[in-house]
Design a protein around this ligand. Sequence first.
Ligand SMILES: *Cc1c(COP(=O)(O)O)cnc(C)c1O
Length: 488
Amino acid sequence: MTDSDKAKGYLDPEDWAAFRRRAHETLDRAIDKMEQAASGRVWTPVPEEVEAGLVKALAMAPLSAEGVDKALAELLPYGVGNTHPRFFGWVHGSGTPFGLLPAMTEAAINANCGGRNHVGLRVERALVEWIREVFAFPEGASGLVMSGTSMATVVAMKVARDAALDFRSREQGVDQSRLVAYTSAEAHACNARAFDILGLGSDALRRIPVDAGFRMDTGALEEAIKADREAGLRPFAIIGTAGTVNTGAIDPLQKLAAIASDERLWFHVDGAFAASGQLSERLRDKLSGIERANSLAFDFHKWLHVNYDAGFVLVRDGELHRRSFSSRPDYLKGTIRGLAAGDPWPVEYGPELSRGFRALKVWAHITEFGPSRLGQAIGMNCQLADTLAGLVDGSEDLERLSPVETCICCLRYVPAGGEPINLNALNEEIVTRLHESGIAAPSTTRIHGKLAIRVNMTNHRTRESDLHVLLDAVRALAPGAIEAVQQA
Ligand SMILES: *Cc1c(COP(=O)(O)O)cnc(C)c1O
């Protein structure tokens, strides 16, 4: 082997000065992209030649430095669009440019946060303590930064499941456990999926009907628990939602906590986006009862705008949490001193061993903005949802389909006079045309069977003028959409 062949086995730059220039240029392009977040199209489909280029690059690898940089720069316009102020779809956070800074620090440290004795665990521990206090959980509560609420729910429900079965389920499985739990008909699908993943089966999660405000009907809940007990089943948990995905409704958390306490059930809260409302004057009272939960799952990447991805699971009794996940074979044994110290290790609280330093960007985000400013951004979004509801209510050709409790307004376009038309098909077509126009990106859902244009505001870049642009675009695209639906 020659010296230059040997050098190829090392993956660090040969020319650090050249690498530094590349890194600065890449950073500049990223900052440019974020500085221009409010201009241009919301969503742009990925052009065929860009996709073909991705495949070709792998076949041709390694590319030159210029080739790699050019290929990366070419990707920047083709994201989901959630950095744009007129992205109103699903529930996506809009991120901030400040996220670039911890992302670089995180990459430079390249820590594995499954365990061991290093700064990654200290940052996460500081964050867990801060969150524990935000939600007024007792000392001894535990938490873990996760990829999102879906995974946080799996962890929380595993603790609930294992606690209900005296932890024998860890070795013996859950065959014939007869465990059942309850959530509302408006709950997010990740809850049923957690039951599927945990071997309980999604049918074991009962869907309780909702009231006129789309909140769980607690009378129906009590009846369902009674009926299941009489049938010889074992109720073990209630899952309340703080911020439903369809309409943004918040379940009566105090009442759910009381029922869970009376019935000796685990009380879990899916607070994916609206639990963040704990930082907002406007929502804090509506969330009352969240502090009584046995576990809480929520996201930093939604209404707190930490760049993707970051969610969290908070468990009231840290000992139960640890008993549900801890198992350390010899090669992972801890010590009192040295790099193998740092007890407890995150691997004892979740399914992952190797895990990145997600906690850093969350910690940096909170230290950058502070809780009150993050809460203000949430309050502003609620205000915008109210404003939109007012605009819809004052329009002849728009119909509002749900009350506004947090940040979501569901509406539909109803053409004045004219011939009868399939309104579901029409509104679906309008939303697709909005996406393709690049003007705005709401999503759709069904409210009492009616297809809704669902406008969600978890976007700190949205201004009132964006709402007018959205409604103007709905009206401008409607004639073409009507024609298309009539011809179909
Ligand atoms: C988004 C969402 C989830 C799922 O969270 P992920 O972070 O996407 O895994 C669960 N529940 C509700 C209410 C949500 O809005």
